[in-house]
Design a protein around this ligand. Structure first.
Ligand code: UDP
Ligand code: MG
Length: 329
């Protein structure tokens, strides 16, 4: 069988030599036919230079280079689009996903599973903030959005060819791979492992990016926030009605109408807030519909190594003219 590895890379020059070394140490003795697809997500450091140098020496190393940073989930998508193996493993470049797990994942695939999902038992090297927000994220996702998403399972996954072919059909702009994989509903097995700290460099997911990622995950998978708006609106309206009844009672029966400025201001502010939040939420969904309606490609690839840009799913663009080609006469 042939195994494809998909590695998204964004400014990982310090990690890549270590990753290559560990991958070779695991894959070369295994006797597996393999390819490693590195997707350079617009790195601004030496990552691409390093990868292209390695690719020239080893045809099993394939490189796709994006024209700019399109984001982690899009980089994974591109890698899956170009993979040719019977099974595909997605893994980070920072060695947080240990290559030593690969033989066990392949064994489970050969037993007949379509999706092998390593589950993080420990998160060494992650701050308490990251652990806490991650736990909250999985809780919300499972409870309210998609119950099939296994907790503490990241993008480190093995996918069978069938799962890959199915995933290639999903061409939405706002992507959340874990949700898409869960949505497929294929035979899945959980494989617990200890997650290590990053070997080098800093996380490319600061809090701001994580919040954006979570928001895309939730809003691309459910209209739940919109529905919550309705609930919130109802609750606010009921409160308003109750207050109105009380005010009427106070005016007509108790005849103790006081200036009431404070409560008026409070109600104004409260309802104004509810309205604005609701409008913003609707606006966010409308914006997503707008972006989707343009039908743009998901990514632009401007250079490739060891890859024939064959036809594949739509909504992707490969710029065939290499930028460093000599100028035509
Ligand atoms: N990454 C990417 N594009 C981005 C951000 C990250 O391709 O815009 C890659 C990054 O190089 C790494 C993987 O995605 O291989 C996961 O990122 P990171 O390890 O920084 O995230 P964390 O493990 O801290 O959540
Ligand atoms: Mg990492």
């Amino acid at each position: 069988m042939k195994l494809s590895l998909v590695v998204p890379v964004f400014n990982e020059a310090e990690c890549l030599p270590l990753l290559l070394k560990e991958l070779r140490a695991v894959l070369d003795p295994s006797g597996l036919d393999y390819e490693v697809i590195f997707v350079d997500d617009g790195s601004r450091d030496a990552s691409l230079a390093l990868l292209s140098r390695e690719a020239v020496l080893d045809p099993r190393l394939k490189v796709l280079s994006f024209s700019r940073n399109f984001g982690h989930q899009t980089a994974v998508t591109a890698g899956i689009d170009f993979s040719t193996g019977d099974a595909v493993i997605i893994m980070d470049a920072d060695l947080q996903d240990p290559p030593s797990l690969i033989p066990e994942m392949v064994r489970l695939y050969q037993e007949g599973y379509d999706v092998v999902s390593p589950q993080r038992l420990a998160r060494q090297g992650d701050s308490w903030l990251k652990r806490g927000t991650a736990a909250l994220f999985y809780w919300i996702m499972r409870r309210m959005v998609e119950e099939r998403i296994p907790p503490e399972v990241g993008d480190f996954r093995l996918l069978s060819r069938g799962a890959v072919l199915a995933l290639r059909q999903f061409r939405e702009q706002h992507r959340f791979m874990r949700g898409l994989i869960a949505w497929l509903g294929l035979r899945e097995v959980i494989l617990p492992f200890q997650r290590r700290p990053r070997v080098a460099g800093a996380t490319k997911y600061p809090l701001r990016k994580m919040l954006r990622f979570s928001w895309v995950a939730i809003t691309s998978f459910s209209a739940l926030p919109l529905r919550l708006t309705i609930t919130l609106g109802f609750a606010a309206s009921l409160l308003g009605l109750a207050y109105f009844l009380f005010a009427a009672y106070a005016a007509l029966v108790l005849k103790s109408v006081v200036p009431g400025w404070t409560s008026l201001v409070f109600l104004q502010c409260f309802f104004f807030g509810v309205m604005l939040v609701s409008l913003g939420l609707i606006g966010d969904y409308v914006a997503k519909i707008y972006e989707e309606s343009k039908g743009r490609p998901l990514y632009i690839i401007d250079r490739v190594w060891n890859i024939a840009p064959e036809s594949g799913p739509t909504r992707r663009v490969v710029v065939l003219e290499p930028r460093d080609a000599p100028p035509q006469p």
